[in-house]
Design a protein. Structure first.
Length: 239
């Protein structure tokens, strides 16, 4: 940049997990980029982040700690692909009104070509484009960087067809990385597991959580609930 070129405005597709966090860290460090907001699909029935199963209250606490606006795209409990695409289109229209100079959404995807192609095609229908700051990076190195940088994360969902259910609720740390089977990507890029980040270098405040009940859904996905607490450990936080 020459110093006179405007920064590229982006919104971040935010799951609340480690890949989203690393992608956001990368964007915040890039002076040619201006992050406008976080965008998350949420289940209005379960009041949780879609797929990851994280409570909406924790999602909002993350946005508060990061100091960024949060835009939620509501989905039903069992949304079809068509339902998702309609909700996504509505979400993009709202984002266009809120940020008229923004037509770029950043994702934390790492190497799945079909996922990236789908995102790009869906965005292009509405005059948007995708950005993939972490694309092609070594996932083992990314995992080690995440842990070494001091981020704190918990496995909130495990695909039991790819990883043992006992990993749900575990901290994403060096011990966990050492324990992962060779068939499992260290970043869980093939959907082996999902995480929720609650502290780290880009968070202004650590988010106090404790692990709660676990449940198996669709006879496949083991979820571990995270409960948001005040620092005294008694009263749930509300954001």
């Amino acid at each position: 940049m020459t110093g006179t070129e405007p920064a590229t405005a982006v919104v971040v597709s935010w799951s609340g997990g480690k890949d989203s966090t690393l992608m956001l860290e990368w964007l915040l460090a890039d002076r040619s980029v201006e992050v406008r907001a976080l965008v998350t699909t949420v289940s209005t029935v379960y009041d949780r982040v879609s797929i990851h199963g994280v409570r909406r209250s924790i999602l909002r606490a993350q946005a508060h700690s990061l100091g960024l606006p949060l835009h939620e795209i509501p989905l039903g409990a069992q949304s079809s692909n068509d339902d998702y695409e309609r909700a996504f289109a509505d979400g993009l229209r709202e984002l266009t009104l809120a940020y008229p100079d923004t037509r770029c959404m950043a994702y934390g995807d790492l190497f799945l070509e079909d996922v990236r192609a789908y995102r790009d095609a869906l965005l292009a229908r509405h005059g948007w484009r995708g950005a993939y700051p972490l694309w092609g990076q070594n996932t083992a190195a990314l995992a080690q960087y995440f842990v070494g940088a001091g981020y704190v994360a918990t496995l909130t969902c495990v695909d039991t067809q790819q990883l043992d259910a006992s990993f749900a609720g575990r901290a994403y740390d060096a011990r966990l990385l050492d324990a992962l089977p060779p068939s499992v990507d260290p970043c869980g890029e093939r959907g082996e597991f999902h995480t929720c980040v609650t502290a780290g270098p880009i968070y202004r405040l650590a988010i106090p959580v404790e692990t709660g009940a676990q449940v198996l859904r669709d006879n496949r996905f083991q979820y571990c609930d995270l409960v948001l607490r005040e620092p005294d450990g008694t009263t749930p936080c509300v954001y």
